[in-house]
Design a protein around this ligand. Structure first.
Ligand SMILES: CC(=O)SCCNC(=O)CCNC(=O)[C@H](O)C(C)(C)COP(=O)(O)OP(=O)(O)OC[C@H]1O[C@@H](n2cnc3c(N)ncnc32)[C@H](O)[C@@H]1OP(=O)(O)O
Ligand SMILES: CC(C)C(=O)C(=O)O
Ligand SMILES: [Mg+2]
Length: 515
């Protein structure tokens, strides 16, 4: 069975992601994990670019004992010398020399004509060959290169000693049909095609980087270049985890093997995400938080009966502990019962009917129903009162003595609004004192916690609080989600206060109405 080599450039092209900068220690940490993941060749950096990058490439070369290490060089002797110096201690060194071959790049960037580019390839690949037995050459922007000239450039590199030819879709311009055809064209027009390793290097500008890589493999490539999580220049590179899984799951289409240790996939992905600071979108294939989560009832029912109904990848295959069946408004009875039984509740059919209805009512109001919500629902502390009181407006102002003032407007179930103001030692205390005045309540804040429920600059804060009704000693929970922490805090407090009010109405304490 043909082996497909995996070439990881997370530490070179991946580091070209705007805002990403790995230090030496981080690069070595990632490289070691890539080795565990089973990567065949690690592109450790571009040594001429900075002293720091040179040192990082050197440190990686010294740390890895099984994996080949390569580094990037322009068609420039200084670049090549710097790579040779950095990789002097590598057990399996390679070099990656590149120059652009498309008319756009040659004319506008390099200011070179075709003959000059061919001469440069010959000179610099030959020079690299005096220092490395494994020389990789890339005709940059190959997919916008005139085909006959691409063949000439590749043939020149092979004749000069290149052992690996990498075909980059530098600007993510190609599609699988075209990219596959390009490899077939090279196969038909390069007489010694099978004597060198052909590789693909795709970018994701049109969202086709992984599909293009697979098309290359189908048409003669035996090496795939890419990055972990698809990080890289602009829209990023081929996400290697996607190719690895596509090859494994669709063995029927791709009868190839690779050295990738699939169970290390999640760990590798998490490490690169953490050290690069590039968050993994929830819906990202293979490693996104939602990749093994099912929220809709029909899917949950299917997965409970047999996971293969809606899962083509068993989570443990890639190192994800388990799948998930989060509960939301689209969830069904099977998943609901499964979850509450897991929490230790065993209900009769009638009880299930009643509890499920309450769950659906709650789910209509909330993005996701957590186990805490279910616990509240099962113990009768439903959030029905939530809708009785809503935060209408919140204003804050500094007052004398370093204290804060808050003006809060709350709308009750009839639509009537109630405004009041109070001061406090801080913003939250001022808000809570004001709400107490509006609700005419005597409560004690027992618990206040805050966490981010989404990521990035527009992260939403989720505030959870617990209020004790001083009259009865009963505690009521409230949850508030908002882009603004203070608004979230107010919402949580109003939600819990609504339940306090409801309790007071039921047992007739004070009989206070806000109206
Ligand atoms: C498709 C890719 O991902 S290519 C890799 C891109 N990665 C990077 O650029 C990251 C690291 N780069 C750097 O640190 C710097 O750009 C350096 C050190 C490489 C060069 O820096 P500088 O000397 O300041 O040049 P600068 O980056 O402004 O311009 C690039 C020069 O290289 C030339 N060049 C670009 N590619 C090649 C090549 N493959 N072979 C030879 N020369 C090249 C350009 O024509 C330009 O030359 P000029 O100065 O004669 O106009
Ligand atoms: C250096 C080359 C291979 C590259 O990253 C590209 O063309 O995208
Ligand atoms: Mg690239």
């Amino acid at each position: 069975m043909k082996n497909i080599q995996f070439f990881d450039t997370s530490l070179r092209d991946g580091e070209q992601t705007p805002g990403v900068n790995f230090n030496t220690q981080e690069k070595v940490q990632v490289a070691k994990q890539l080795e565990k993941w089973g990567i065949d060749v690690i592109e450790a950096g571009f040594p001429i670019s900075s002293q720091g990058d040179f040192e990082a490439v050197q440190a990686i070369a010294r740390s890895l004992k099984q994996t080949a290490v390569t580094a990037l060089a322009r068609c420039n002797k200084k670049d090549i010398d710097r790579v040779a110096e950095a990789l002097a201690d590598a057990v399996y060194p390679q070099i990656h020399v590149f120059i652009a071959t498309s008319p756009i790049h040659m004319e506008h960037k390099l200011h070179m004509n075709e003959q000059e580019v061919l001469a440069s390839i010959k000179e610099h690949v030959s020079y690299a060959k005096t220092k490395f037995s494994q020389v990789q050459f890339s005709p940059e922007d190959a997919t916008r290169t005139e085909k006959n000239f691409l063949v000439q450039a590749v043939q020149t590199a092979i004749d000069a000693g290149a052992t690996i030819i990498n075909i980059p879709d530098t600007v993510g311009y190609s599609n699988p049909t075209e990219f596959g055809a390009l490899f077939r064209y090279l196969k038909e027009n390069i007489p010694n095609f099978s004597e060198v390793t052909f590789s693909s290097h795709c970018h994701d500008d049109l969202g086709m980087a992984s599909a293009n890589a697979l098309a290359a493999i189908e048409n003669g490539a035996t090496r795939v270049e890419g990055t972990v999580n698809g990080i890289g220049e602009r829209a990023g590179n081929t996400a290697l985890e996607e190719v690895a899984l596509a090859l494994y799951i669709r063995k029927d289409l791709y009868p190839y093997k690779s050295g990738i240790v699939l169970q290390e996939t999640k760990r590798t992905s998490d490490l690169v995400s953490r050290l690069s600071g590039v968050a993994i979108p929830r819906n990202k294939a293979i490693i996104g938080a939602n990749a093994y989560a099912h929220e809709s009832g029909i899917h949950q029912d299917g997965v409970l009966k047999n996971p293969s109904t809606y899962e083509i990848i068993t989570p443990s295959l890639v190192g994800v502990k388990t799948n998930a069946l989060p509960l939301g408004k689209l969830s069904g009875r099977h998943a609901f019962v499964n979850r509450i039984e897991g929490m230790g509740y065993h209900l009769t059919e009638n009880e299930v009917r009643e509890a499920f209805k309450k769950f659906k009512d709650l789910a209509d109001k909330k993005k996701q129903v957590t186990e805490e919500d279910l616990e509240a629902l099962m113990t009768g502390q439903t959030n029905e009162a939530v809708q009785d009181y809503q935060l209408e407006q919140l204003q804050l102002q500094f007052v004398s003595g370093g204290r804060q003032g808050a003006i809060v407007t709350i709308q009750d179930a009839s639509g009537e609004t109630h405004t009041d103001s109070a001061v406090g030692a801080g913003s939250i205390q001022a808000i809570y004192n004001t709400i107490d005045r509006i609700m005419k309540q005597s409560v004690a804040l027992q618990r206040y916690s805050i966490r981010s429920v989404t990521e990035g600059e527009d992260a939403q804060a989720e505030v959870r609080i617990s209020l004790e009704n001083k009259e009865t000693g009963h505690a009521f929970n409230g949850v508030g989600i908002d882009f603004d922490v203070l608004q979230a805090s107010a919402k949580a407090y109003i939600q819990a206060s609504g339940q306090v009010k409801k309790e007071e109405k039921i047992i007739g304490i004070k009989g206070v109405q806000v109206r």
